[in-house]
Design a protein around this ligand. Structure first.
Ligand code: HH2
Length: 288
């Protein structure tokens, strides 16, 4: 298998030149949108193949739902859900860039050995004290997301004086800790954590505040896909009805400085960000 550095090279060369699309693949029974759809290895593999064919730059494989109020999953169960899947995807699709969506360092460690090269940690590597050491040792890339509280409690009463300034300061501290732990600065992506301990207004303020977060100098990843604030704005539409609202947020996120978007709907997102890129990014850098 090529090394992590080799597998990350095309991604690192593209980031900032065009918006990258990270496709969500949840091997969970209870994720808020795709829960239960990819519970068998065959179903998950078929979905991975489809997302790659639709132009996903990264596959984000997760085995624990972090939706508000979700129950934590044991390490053994998370390993059982994601490691065989990552191993098989890595063998079947050697060009695929695989990310593991986990907050547990042992899951991350096994995933990196199995073929992942990115660790996507919704806690910003704060839930497991060994996470950054594992990422640094492997030479992997890490997505450090902001969350207020834990998935169990985060939506009870999210409170900020200035949500953009506070999230920015915390993301900067996360990045510093990662660098201190030996993660390469170019292997750090930051994420404001849309929906993770935020009200509808906080989410909207953070989207508007993306240019401010981008000034930290790290690529910014945004995950709005089918989230509840979109349903709320649209008068209570369920997740199945939130695609158009999601695409609106993607175009704005690109315009405001996001470099990677995390989505359930790869085909639609690839088309949306291509058009947004053509409008927003410097001509010549994004067109083939
Ligand atoms: N959102 C979810 C999960 N992981 N990771 C990052 N970096 N940013 C996000 O916004 C983000 C994330 C929630 O979406 P999903 O995986 O579809 O749902 P669930 O947590 O129910 O599995």
């Amino acid at each position: 298998m090529p090394t992590i550095t080799e597998r990350l090279r095309p991604t690192l060369e593209s980031v900032g030149r065009r918006t990258l699309v990270m496709g969500v693949l949840n091997a969970t029974p209870d994720s808020f949108y795709d829960g239960g759809r990819y519970a068998t290895l065959d179903a998950a593999l078929a979905r991975a193949e489809q997302m790659l064919a639709e132009g996903a730059d990264i596959l984000d494989i997760g085995g624990e739902s972090t939706r508000p109020g979700s129950e934590p999953v044991s390490e053994e169960e998370e390993i059982r859900r994601v490691i065989p899947l990552i191993e098989t995807v890595a063998v079947r699709f050697p060009e695929a860039v695989i990310s593991v969506d986990t907050t547990k360092s042992r899951v991350a460690h096994l995933a990196l050995q199995a073929g992942a090269c990115i660790v996507n940690d919704i806690s910003g590597a704060t839930f497991d004290p060994r996470m950054l050491e594992i990422v640094a040792q492997a030479g992997a890339l890490v997505v450090l997301m902001h969350i207020q509280g834990t998935p169990q409690t985060m939506q009870q009463n999210p409170t900020y004086d200035d949500v953009v300034a506070e999230v920015k300061a915390i993301l900067y501290a996360h990045a510093r800790r990662a660098i201190d732990a030996g993660v390469l600065p170019q292997h750090i992506w930051l994420d404001p954590g849309i929906g993770f301990g935020k009200t509808v207004q906080h989410n909207l303020q953070l989207l508007r505040g993306l240019p401010e977060l981008a000034t930290l100098g790290f690529p910014v990843l945004v995950g709005t896909s089918r989230k509840s604030f979109i349903g709320h704005i649209l008068g209570g539409l369920p997740p199945e009805e939130r695609l158009e609202g999601t695409l609106a947020t993607l175009a704005l996120a690109v315009a405001w400085g996001a470099d990677i978007v995390r989505v359930h709907d790869v085909k639609e997102a690839v088309r949306a960000v291509k058009v947004a890129d053509a409008v927003c990014r410097e001509r010549g850098t994004i067109l083939p």
